[in-house]
Design a protein around this ligand. Structure first.
Ligand code: ATR
Length: 281
């Protein structure tokens, strides 16, 4: 039973069973002794409208959105901040006085994890290559260019999707490359990022010959299950700093937790260990 004063939030997705967000927010709620709950909501795309209409009666303060709702939620929002607008997707909503406020913290999580795990990397060091053209790629593009990366080289299985992104961000320095150009461009990179599902448990690996990549470059895989993908193993063998995706998941949740529950939570090693222990459970 929850009391009227219990702060309610949760994550909406379809399917939702594998989301790690309830474990993450649940850890912080307990750690900071907050009278709150964070629940998974399995909502089919066609039921999103009806679900959103029940938020007030359910007394829900905030929501995270995950696949496939990050873009579908946009028409239901009363306000959207600049970051969400630029990324074109919302992963965090706060409900206030019957209004829905949307933001996107994926780019913040992406960049904060990168800075933490590769403190010597600097945005102005050189071009970054991003593999993938989905929502995660958009968050990476926006945060990297905002941070001062001079150029993004964008590679995607479906080239037209990458070209579409380059078009949307027309005034930004984005160059679309194909697989062949990928290897030719490696020697100039300061950062290589995988935003696709390749390398995730159950998916084929992302197979790239990294020998032309300078050892000073950082290789960042937003996959976190497994923590060390084939790409990251190859990067370490090549002498590169390898950044995994767990920290992105943790950091993207910080400001959402703070805005709903009133406490800025800490991302530390105890939390990392706790989250890793939950993989596969
Ligand atoms: P998200 O919003 O999480 O980024 P998404 O929009 O489904 O998810 O994007 C997934 C990305 O992984 C896309 O870039 C996709 O490539 P396509 O645009 O060609 O679909 C990429 N991806 C998924 N499976 C892939 C595979 N087997 N090989 C290469 N790229 C793949």
């Amino acid at each position: 039973m929850t009391k009227n004063t219990t702060i309610k939030a949760g994550v909406v997705g379809w399917p939702i069973g594998h989301s790690l967000s309830p474990r993450l927010h649940g850890y912080w709620l307990k750690k900071y002794h907050i009278d709150g709950i964070y629940e998974p909501y399995a909502v089919k795309p066609e039921d999103l409208d009806a679900f959103i209409k029940t938020l007030a009666e359910k007394n829900i303060t905030g929501l995270n959105l995950t696949v496939p709702h990050k873009e579908m939620i946009l028409p239901f929002l009363d306000h959207m901040d600049d970051t969400a607008r630029k990324i074109g997707a919302v992963n965090t909503i706060t409900c206030h006085d019957g209004h829905l406020y949307g933001t996107n913290t994926d780019g913040y999580g992406f960049l904060t994890n990168l800075k933490e795990m590769a403190p010597n990397w600097s945005a102005t060091d050189g071009p970054a290559m991003i593999i993938g053209a989905g929502g995660a790629a958009r968050a990476a593009i926006v945060s990297l260019l905002d941070a001062g990366v001079p150029e993004i080289k964008l590679v995607n299985r479906t080239r037209s999707r990458a070209e579409h992104l380059a078009e949307i961000y027309g005034d930004l320095p984005i160059t679309v490359c194909d697989g062949q150009e990928l290897s030719e461009n490696l020697s100039a990179l300061s950062l290589l990022v995988n935003t696709t599902i390749l390398g995730m448990t159950g998916q084929p690996p992302l197979d790239i010959d990294l020998s032309e990549l300078p050892p000073s470059a950082v290789v960042y895989d937003i996959v976190y299950n497994p923590l060390e993908t084939d790409l990251l193993r190859g990067a370490k063998l090549n002498g590169n700093i390898a950044v995994d995706g767990l920290g992105m998941l943790l950091h993207q949740a910080v400001s959402a937790f703070e805005s709903w529950y009133g406490q800025r939570p800490e991302v530390d090693n105890a939390l990392r260990k706790y989250m890793l222990a939950g993989f596969g459970s």
